[in-house]
Design a protein around this ligand. Structure first.
Ligand code: GAP
Length: 450
């Protein structure tokens, strides 16, 4: 270890070494813009998505869930404006063939049409649609074109009437969805930050026109609180309001929650006031009336406004990893072991909650440890490790962010007590085995990052 500061290289290396995230199709040289989640990565991703789902649905009586399909009728994307507007401005270098986003180039390069890499001549700017296009059925002509959805939101809008009718929803209400989205991104650097295949956690909240500004503020607040609640340090978060030139084609107002990644502050989630744009367009393109009949307001008919909270799940995984990453000096012996790598995850998102470690494999300690792990398994995600010195085993757990270790030693056999070791402080407490589950539950509930 060198300067003991976080870097993207360190995160990528830890993710591979410990089984969080692997490059897709690595044995074939890797697939750009696609990543695979390993045993710990999928646990982390599931914990974040579960936390979000719980926050949105379980804690709100007026928000219900949906899981719409990725393939939708192609007219959906004409109505939504994606066929026409979901584009990036592109230029290519005629000499070195590198492709750039025109809006990411220095003004001088753009004006003089000069490649920033090799000085070659750049092509004119052209629009590049980010939607992945494929064909459905046995023909591959224009009549069979279908898109991989570039956002989950549209699956919610086209189902909004079904949900009102089947679940007797009344405005204001929301629909939450987690799922894959696909974008043919030109630049996919920074690990899982910007990828071609990713997951979104989106909630669309339907309100009466005129009430939208107030709900917009409410949702901004709630989404900030979510990150705070699950342990993201607020000094690493900030708001960014979209300027007129940044606003998406559907938005009246939009704020991003930005997180300070190793490459700087970048968007983590967007809160958007999408007005009645989407539902009005679906009325126009489908011929189906998407208006709401407000029985609480004299059966008045109107097209609801939509406040959207749109977070990247896979981008959240990166933010949670970066935020948790720490290198801490724990000794002064002048060697690499003086430092530990520790992921300070909130216990509710940590892939493993408790690791069970017998001091020795022999003398019945391993059997006792297994027995205790079996008790804990019913309550928490656990792991078991009996290989190597206990100090090394603690370090291995620190590196993947396990908040609690339970060590079973010779005294445990005599008095039924165990050592509970805390990841952040490295402190240890001797407690009766019978109190273990309750104690861990309490520690999780009261957890705050030091
Ligand atoms: N429905 C609105 C919408 O999709 P967006 O700002 O384009 O809005 C929302 O995307 C979130 O989805 C972003 O804040 C980001 O977290 C995530 N996201 C977007 N494109 C992504 C990509 N190529 N790779 C990973 N995450 C992405």
């Amino acid at each position: 270890m060198d300067d003991h500061k976080i870097s993207m290289e360190k995160i990528v290396s830890l993710c591979k070494r410990r089984g969080f995230v692997f490059q897709s199709s690595e044995i074939y040289g890797g697939q750009n813009g696609a990543w695979d989640y390993g045993p710990l990565g999928i646990e982390l991703k599931n914990n974040i998505s579960r936390a979000w789902w719980r926050e949105m649905t379980q804690l709100h009586d007026n928000i219900v869930g949906l899981d719409a399909s990725i393939l939708m009728h192609p007219r959906t994307w004409e109505a939504s404006g994606h066929v026409e507007n979901f584009t990036d401005p592109l230029v290519d270098c005629k000499k070195c063939k590198t492709r750039f986003r025109a809006d990411h180039l220095e003004a001088e390069n753009l004006e003089k049409k000069l490649c920033p890499e090799c000085g070659g001549e750049l092509t004119d700017t052209r629009k590049f649609n980010l939607m992945f296009k494929t064909h459905i059925g046995p023909t591959d002509d224009n009549s069979s074109v279908i898109y991989l959805r570039p956002e989950t939101a549209q699956g919610i809008y086209v189902n909004y009437k079904n949900i009102i009718q089947s679940n007797r929803m009344k405005i204001p209400f929301g629909i939450a969805q987690i799922g894959k989205a696909f974008r043919n991104e030109i630049v996919t650097k920074n690990f899982i930050f910007r990828t071609c295949e990713f997951e979104q956690m989106e909630m669309q909240f339907f309100v009466k026109p005129g009430d939208d500004d107030e709900w917009f503020e409410t949702w901004k607040k709630q989404r900030w609180e979510f990150y705070k609640k699950y342990g993201i340090r607020t000094e690493k978060l900030r708001w960014h309001q979209h300027g007129k030139d940044e606003l998406a084609h559907y938005a009246k107002d939009a704020y991003d929650i930005e997180y300070e990644f190793p490459m700087g502050f970048k968007e983590l989630e967007g809160v958007h006031n999408r007005t009645d744009f989407d539902l009005s367009r679906h009325t126009e393109y489908s011929g189906k009336d998407m208006q709401y009949i407000d029985q609480d307001d004299g059966n008045k008919k109107y097209t609801p406004y939509i406040i959207e909270t749109s977070a990247g799940l896979t981008r959240n995984v990166l933010a949670f990893l970066c935020d948790a990453y720490d290198e801490e000096k724990v000794a002064d012996k002048g060697n690499a072991d003086d430092w530990r790598v520790v992921l300070r995850f909130h216990p509710k998102v940590a892939p493993i909650t408790v690791a069970v470690l017998p001091l020795m494999k022999k003398d019945g300690l391993a059997e006792l440890a297994k027995e205790i792990q079996n008790e804990l398994k019913e309550e928490f995600p656990t792991s078991y490790d009996q290989a190597g010195a206990i100090g090394k085993r603690y370090r291995r757990q620190d590196e993947v962010g396990t908040p609690f270790c339970v060590t079973i030693d010779y005294d445990s056999k005599e008095d039924n007590s165990v050592t509970l070791r805390f990841r952040d402080s490295m402190e240890q407490a001797r407690i009766p085995r019978a109190e273990l589950i309750d104690r861990i539950r309490k520690e999780i509930k009261n957890y705050t990052r030091a």
